[in-house]
Design a protein around this ligand. Structure first.
Ligand code: GDP
Length: 333
């Protein structure tokens, strides 16, 4: 199977394989859940049972349904990925919905995990929730040092509260709850909506349409913003490492290194080349750029994983385009 080439056991440290663990993944059918399912197929250890749940198993905004679905499996470990998440342009429109949805889901999941004495819970934040006005590179501890970018305040504060909850649950109940913080994520099974997706799936879908209709590609903004993009299969490997090995109370960034940060313009060039698009590319500067950059330091991650190799962006984009073309009829758009 194709995903094998993303999983090199040499990238992962040797884990202790003694006690039986049941790892429950919420949001198991999203982009990261999809990547995790594929990596786990290859990397699963004999002592591990992995369970992936999604909204069809229960509505995590409802405490009773949350309790029912989590208690059904009685996990020892939880990777909490379920979340309302979208690109900047959708966040602007639905800040309130995103805030309320995420708050309900997070409150319910944490409460039930505390009640059933989950040994470790890891939730997933995002670097876009960091203060808009910071010094670079951003380090993990700067999370609450200022307001997030106005475009996604609902999303950002709902995610910042996960960090607050980690600390409160640890202080009051001794729970081993913590968060990891990836940079801009992309990969197969993302949401490829033309209007509401993040930049990579949005561009892939737009280029697909421009090729079909022989029209120019309109890119939103100036193309100047910089981003560190992480491929979902890489993040899946890092999440597996974290649920097995990472026990530091403080959060950790998961990102390609600072040298691998690229501009939206460079990204567009890669998507255009890998899609074989020959038409014109126009930057619509009337659309907002959002944050100029949010460069994070990978110093902490590199202390733990000095040799972890990330998928080069061109390769990850090629794989994502291939997935989109092959799954065009059923992809989330
Ligand atoms: P974020 O700004 O890092 O939260 O994430 P996005 O993926 O939504 O946007 C990243 C950057 O890509 C912004 O500077 C956008 O202006 C730019 N961009 C260019 N074209 C698109 C597009 O089609 N969709 C989105 N979401 N962003 C785009």
């Amino acid at each position: 199977m194709r995903f094998h080439r993303f999983v090199d056991p040499k990238d992962l440290p040797n884990f202790i394989m003694d006690e039986k663990v049941t790892i429950l993944v919420t949001g198991g059918s999203g982009m990261l859940g999809y990547a995790l399912q594929r990596v786990v197929k290859v990397e699963k250890r004999p002592n591990e049972e992995w369970i992936f749940i999604n909204s069809k198993d229960g509505d995590l905004r409802d405490i009773n349904q949350t309790r029912k679905v989590i208690e059904k499996y009685m996990p020892t470990h939880v990777l909490h990925l379920a979340s309302a998440v979208s690109g900047m342009f959708r966040n602007i429109k639905f800040n309130s919905d995103v805030l309320l949805t995420n708050q309900s889901i997070n409150t319910n999941v944490y409460q039930v995990c505390k009640d059933i004495k989950v040994k470790k819970l890891i939730s997933c934040l995002s670097t876009c929730i960091y203060p808009d006005n910071v010094t670079y590179p951003i380090t993990e501890s700067m999370l609450h040092n200022g307001a997030p970018h106005i475009t996604s305040i609902g999303y950002s504060f709902s995610k910042r509260m996960l960090d607050v909850m980690n600390r409160c649950y640890r202080m009051q109940y001794g729970c081993n709850f913590l968060s990891v913080i990836p940079t801009n994520l992309y990969g197969p099974n993302d949401n490829f909506s033309l209007e509401d997706a993040h930049v990579i799936p949005g561009l892939i879908h737009k280029v697909h349409r421009c090729k079909k209709e022989d029209t120019p590609l309109i890119v939103w903004g100036t193309g100047k913003p910089l981003r560190q993009f992480i491929f979902s299969y890489d993040l899946a490997k890092l999440m597996i490492w974290a649920i097995r090995e990472y026990n530091d109370e403080e959060n950790i960034f998961f990102s390609v290194d600072e040298d691998d940060e690229i501009s939206i313009k460079e990204l567009v060039e890669i998507v255009v080349e890998e899609s074989g698009f020959k038409g014109d590319v126009v930057f619509d500067e009337t659309k907002t750029d959002g944050q100029y950059k949010k460069t994070v330091s990978t110093a902490k991650m590199r202390q733990f994983l000095p040799d972890f190799k990330f998928t080069p962006i061109r390769e990850g984009i090629r794989e994502t385009i291939r997935w989109f073309e092959e799954n065009y009829e059923t992809a989330r758009t």
